[in-house]
Design a protein around this ligand. Structure first.
Ligand code: C2E
Ligand code: MG
Ligand code: MG
Ligand code: MG
Length: 292
């Protein structure tokens, strides 16, 4: 492989070899290998979804679950989404992979609705490339129909960066999704570059405050100010606000004091395989949250 890449580099322009440092070459190689492994995993159905609950910490009400992609290599080694999602995005594989996630999450939500006798809204993370596919809205509609899932029980999580490049186009697309009846939220809110004036252009239902601002909210006054500001934006624009990555009782209390009751994080539950999530959903809200 190394030889091949070096050869190509030379062929591409007589004296270009020096652009390919050993490190870069290694990373190109490992990316290339990862793409091959991703393609094989897609073919072999090797992906699974884990589900992390979202709760209202004031009422203890379960408000839904977020589907998170998991991938384990044949040798048993788990690869983090932070590592493989960017590669899946660059290689275009995120399109079929994201389609699978949509169908699987819708089917699971429907299965839980039937098994538990109550609605379990499911949130699915959408990648930029997926969102801009011409047939994305149709993909979502088909996934809902295939699973016989009420569109109100599907939430799509998008990020600011997906909205800012072509705001008008993105806004139209969000409107079509809204017309289907699905709910929309902005993930990792505060870490992107969206101008506040865009927010009113986008018909979204929820802002998810990024974990980066939640982590030190009990000690860092700047984080308090940011969380307060996002809550203010939510109130002004009539959007729900959820805090991500809540890990401690102190964070829960601070966020409640600030007026943010919707939360998600290890304090309540980690992302869990479907069977374990179902057991958790069955127990909740019977048990108290100590040790969760
Ligand atoms: P995200 O959508 O912002 O998801 C939250 C991430 O934080 C998840 O990491 C979750 O496991 C983790 N998390 C939740 N609560 C806590 C907590 O209390 N403390 C800490 N330290 N972490 C917490 P994960 O599962 O590794 O996913 C990382 C990112 O990968 C996601 O961030 C999302 O952007 C992306 N991703 C995951 N699944 C999918 C998918 O199906 N499609 C797409 N396009 N992206 C996905
Ligand atoms: Mg998310
Ligand atoms: Mg997030
Ligand atoms: Mg994220």
């Amino acid at each position: 492989h190394a030889d091949a890449a070096m050869y190509q580099a030379k062929g591409a322009g007589r004296n270009r070899t020096h652009f390919f440092s050993p490190d870069l070459l290694a990373s190109i190689e490992s990316r290339h290998r990862l793409v091959g492994q991703l393609r094989a995993a897609l073919r072999d159905d090797a992906f699974t979804l884990h589900y992390q609950p979202k709760v209202n910490a004031a009422t203890r009400e379960l408000t839904g679950v977020e589907a998170l992609l998991r991938w384990t290599l044949p040798d048993g080694q788990a690869v983090s989404p932070a590592e493989f999602i960017p590669v899946a995005e660059e290689s275009g594989l995120i399109v079929p992979l994201g389609g699978w996630v949509l169908r699987e999450a819708c089917a699971q939500a429907r299965a839980w609705q039937l098994a538990l006798g109550r609605a379990v809204p499911v949130a699915v993370n959408i990648s930029g490339l997926q969102f801009t596919q011409a047939d994305f809205v149709e993909q979502v509609r088909a996934a809902l129909e295939g699973a016989q899932l009420d569109p109100h029980l599907l939430e799509l999580e998008i990020t600011e960066s997906m909205l800012v490049t072509q705001p008008q186009q993105a806004s139209d697309r969000l409107r079509s999704l809204r017309d289907l009846g699905v709910r929309l939220s902005i993930d990792d809110f505060g870490t992107g570059f969206s101008s506040l004036s865009y927010l009113k252009l986008f018909p979204v239902d929820m802002l998810k405050i990024d974990r980066a601002f939640v982590q030190d909210v009990t000690t860092d006054r700047n984080d308090v100010a940011i969380v307060e500001a996002v809550i203010g934006i939510g109130q002004a624009l009539n959007l729900q606000v959820l805090a991500e990555g809540v890990e401690t009782p102190q964070q829960v209390q601070t966020l409640l004091n600030l007026g943010c009751a919707a939360m998600q994080g290890y304090h309540f539950a980690r992302p869990m395989p479907a069977a374990q999530a179902q057991a958790w959903l069955t127990d909740w809200p019977g048990a108290n949250d100590s040790g969760r």
